[in-house]
Write a protein of this length. Structure first.
Length: 149
C-alpha cells in the first residue's frame, strides 16, 4: 500500500504542474464565484499530507502545523513559492512514507483532537484520496480561471 500512496502523490504532482503550473500569480489566487483558490488547494495539499503523516507516525500536530493549517486559506502567493512548497512536501512525504512502509498497516492510530480511531493503512488511504480530491478541485479551478482570462 505505501507504494500506491507514493504513486498517487507522484500523479498528483504531475497533474498539478501540468494544469496549474502555468497560471499567473493572479490566476493562482483568484476565487471565481467564491470558490477556493488554486493557491489554497496547493497549500492545503502540502499541509494535509504533512499533518496526516504526523498522525501516521503516531505523533500529535505541532504548533507550527496548526498555524499553517489556519493560514492555508489566506494571502497571496506566487507560483514559484507554492510549487516550491509543494515540491518540498512531496519529497518529505516520500521519505516519511518509505520509513513507515515496513510497519504493520493494522497498527492503530488516532486523528485530531478528538482522537478518532483509524489504522496506519487507513491513514495511507486517506492521504492518497484526500490529495487526489484537492488535485481535482485545483485543476477544475485552474481551468475556470485560465478560461476567463
Amino acid at each position: 500500500m505505501p507504494r500506491a500512496v507514493l504513486q498517487a502523490l507522484e500523479l498528483a504532482d504531475e497533474d498539478l504542474h501540468k494544469w496549474c503550473g502555468k497560471l499567473t500569480d493572479g490566476q493562482l489566487n483568484a476565487r471565481p464565484a467564491g470558490l477556493a483558490s488554486v493557491a489554497f488547494h496547493l497549500r492545503h495539499i502540502a499541509g494535509s499530507i504533512d499533518r496526516l503523516l504526523s498522525y501516521a507516525e503516531g505523533r500529535p500536530l505541532s504548533a507550527e502545523q496548526l498555524l499553517f493549517l489556519k493560514a492555508e486559506p489566506e494571502g497571496d502567493a506566487t507560483t514559484t513559492e507554492l510549487f516550491r512548497l509543494l515540491n518540498q512536501a512531496f519529497i518529505l512525504a516520500d521519505t516519511r512514507i518509505r520509513a513507515l512502509s515496513a510497519r504493520n498497516l493494522e497498527e492503530p492510530r488516532t486523528v485530531g483532537q478528538r482522537e478518532l480511531p483509524t489504522t496506519l493503512g487507513g491513514l495511507f488511504v486517506h492521504i492518497a484520496d484526500h490529495t487526489q480530491r484537492h488535485v481535482g478541485q485545483a485543476v477544475t479551478t485552474a481551468s475556470i480561471v485560465a478560461g476567463s482570462s
